[in-house]
Design a binder for this molecule. Structure first.
Ligand SMILES: CC(C)(COP(=O)(O)OP(=O)(O)OC[C@H]1O[C@@H](n2cnc3c(N)ncnc32)[C@H](O)[C@@H]1OP(=O)(O)O)[C@@H](O)C(=O)NCCC(=O)NCCS
Length: 178
């Protein structure tokens, strides 16, 4: 079942008073999503796996059956993107992976936490069993948000991330049983 954009629309107010709309993805949102990633600062993607170009965004948004894509919008702009990927094997039934990016102008204002909570609610609604993610161990803000909404650290992947500082960094596997 494809997630219904209109049904998903919801307001969220940031700590600075700006009001966002949370909505699921529809193909009309593609250009705004491409623009969000094109305007991310190097600092904002420091712990990510760039490039976040059009081809990648098209791959992410091509399977609306297995993926749930949640957007935060400020008028015509997309300023936050959370994606859950369901793994389409019977033996991974109900198991999904997720990632989240908030544009640098909207970070640390509560939006990541709100989007994570919404994603968890949607995953429960869909009958998912587990959400998992991988985060660079130095990305303390992201880890704080994930723990705040109930994710647990499950293990360390040693030196799997090669940073802009030309050093290897550990990654943390985290999970939430729903
Ligand atoms: C990580 C990210 C999704 C978090 O979303 P956000 O909207 O910025 O986070 P929120 O404002 O909801 O919450 C941030 C929390 O971290 C805390 N925090 C901020 N900086 C921190 C730091 N350096 N160390 C520890 N905690 C920190 C804040 O105090 C807040 O916790 P609180 O609500 O208990 O006070 C967002 O910053 C982001 O997109 N970052 C860049 C991309 C990225 O790293 N994505 C994750 C890849 S796995």
């Amino acid at each position: 079942m494809v997630y219904d954009k209109d049904r998903a629309k919801e307001d969220a107010t940031l700590r600075d008073g700006r009001r966002m709309i949370l909505t699921s993805y529809s193909p009309d949102d593609k250009e705004a999503l491409v623009s969000m990633y094109a305007s991310m600062s190097p600092e904002a993607v420091k712990w990510g796996l760039p490039p976040y170009d059009r081809a990648r965004i098209e791959r992410w948004t091509s399977d609306l059956t297995n993926n749930i894509t949640l957007l935060a919008r400020l008028e015509e702009r997309v300023v936050g993107h959370l994606q859950m990927f369901r793994i389409p094997f019977e033996r991974r039934k109900g198991v999904a992976e997720l990632f989240i990016y908030i544009h640098q102008d909207f970070q640390n204002l509560g939006l990541g936490t709100v989007m994570m909570k919404k994603a968890i609610a949607l995953a429960k609604e869909r009958g998912f069993h587990r959400l998992g993610l991988t985060v660079v161990a130095d990305n303390q803000r992201a880890i704080r948000v994930y723990e705040k909404v109930g994710f647990k650290k499950e293990g360390i992947v040693r030196e799997a991330f090669y940073g802009d500082d030309h050093r290897y960094h550990d990654e943390v596997e985290m999970g939430l049983l729903l």
